[in-house]
Design a binder for this molecule. Structure first.
Ligand SMILES: *Cc1c(COP(=O)(O)O)cnc(C)c1O
Length: 365
């Protein structure tokens, strides 16, 4: 049974179980997005986002958009992926392939390297394409491919971008604040992220960190008014946004960013995630639940496991739900073979103990 004094623990890769502190921040009076208090809040959030990674704020600036992580990725590609150039999408999962689908929907030229989902991103194939196809101007990739839990080698891809003089679009929706990101070394042009994954805010607000010089001098490539990053960037200089923002989600985001700072920033958060995920993988291995990827492939907080023999995802899910945990299914063709555990959010050691206990019972029964 789920204990009375704990919320349901979300072990899906976002949204996360938020802390009491972030939850409490929501119980306040309402905000109008056209009032100076809200502009001040937006400016404060932008500043804090820029300061999550050292050296980022000097050259990059955040533009906030109301929507889930996909909104940030789409706004980035809408506004920055060129019509008169071409984007090389290097994919190894659902989210990489989704970037290609966005470019297709936008009617923009792209080449997709569609890698196998359990495989690392194909750096050699990417370099081949960059050598061969003179039309390519940008590379797009996923940092943490949540489909499997693999942390992709953005350093290698970014270095290729530097070597061949290409721009680099990064979907860091599921890694921002939970993994190392080296904006300058990786030659990042723009990076998309969200409030409700490693940042531990609530869903509703997302952001793109883009090179400031590009935002100042570039021309939008968007065929959408709502998702135009340049429009957001320009208006948000004063803290105001073109359209109604998810005001409550902004309040929670500011609290979550302050909490992140108080807890020691992304490095401490990553260390905490790693401590839990390594423990889970060890304990699960001892119970005979096999990892889907090699240990070293995983991002800090994600694990994917082969479904135990004789158990469907649905059965496993329902038993855990009863005990106060939400686990996550495999996507697409992996639905019948794996399940996933994302240990982001406000998770206590006692929650982890309990989770392991439930799995032990399941495996014995
Ligand atoms: C979660 C996620 C997204 C965005 O998903 P939403 O459901 O729109 O929040 C995009 N990319 C990656 C890698 C993700 O993990």
């Amino acid at each position: 049974m789920k204990p009375e004094n704990r919320p349901v623990i979300l072990l899906n890769p976002g949204p996360v179980t938020i802390s009491q502190r972030v939850r409490a921040s929501l119980a306040r009076e309402d905000l109008c997005h056209r009032e100076p208090e809200f502009a001040a809040l937006t400016l404060d959030i932008k500043k804090r986002i820029g300061n999550v990674y050292e050296g980022c704020a000097a050259d990059y600036e955040a533009a906030l958009a109301s929507g889930s992580g996909t909104c940030a990725v789409e706004a980035m590609l809408q506004s920055l992926a060129p019509r008169s150039g071409k984007t090389l999408v290097v994919a190894n999962g659902v989210y990489g392939e989704r970037m290609a689908s966005m470019l297709e929907a936008q009617g923009k030229p792209f080449t997709l390297i569609k890698g196998g989902w359990p495989e690392p991103v194909n750096i050699a194939a990417a370099e081949e394409e960059l050598k061969k196809d003179g039309c390519l101007t940008h590379v797009a990739a996923i940092h943490h491919e949540t489909t499997t839990g693999r942390l992709n080698d953005c350093a290698a891809l970014g270095q290729l971008c530097g070597k061949y003089g290409k721009g680099f679009f990064v979907d860091a929706v599921s890694s921002f604040a939970g993994e190392e990101i080296r904006f300058a070394d990786w030659n990042v042009t723009a990076l998309a992220a969200t409030a409700n994954k490693c940042v531990h805010g609530i869903p509703g607000i997302c952001f793109v960190l883009a090179r400031r010089d590009l935002m100042e001098t570039g021309k939008t490539q968007a065929s959408s008014l709502y998702l135009d990053l340049y429009k957001m960037y320009k208006e948000q200089k004063s803290g105001f946004s073109p359209f109604t923002q998810a005001t409550h989600a902004c309040v929670a985001l500011r609290e979550a960013l302050e909490e992140l700072e108080d807890q020691g920033g992304w490095k401490s958060r990553r260390a905490r995630y790693l401590a839990i995920s390594r423990r889970l993988r060890q304990e699960f291995a001892a119970m005979g639940i096999e990892r889907f990827l090699p240990e070293e492939a995983y991002a800090s907080y994600m694990s994917s496991f082969k479904l135990p023999e004789g158990k469907t995802y649905g059965e496993l899910h329902d038993i855990l739900k009863e005990e106060g945990f939400v686990i996550y299914a495999g996507q697409g063709g992996l639905y019948h073979s794996i399940f996933r555990i994302a240990n982001m959010g406000d998770i206590l050691d006692s929650d982890v103990d309990r989770l392991i206990g439930v799995f032990k019972t399941v495996m014995k029964g």
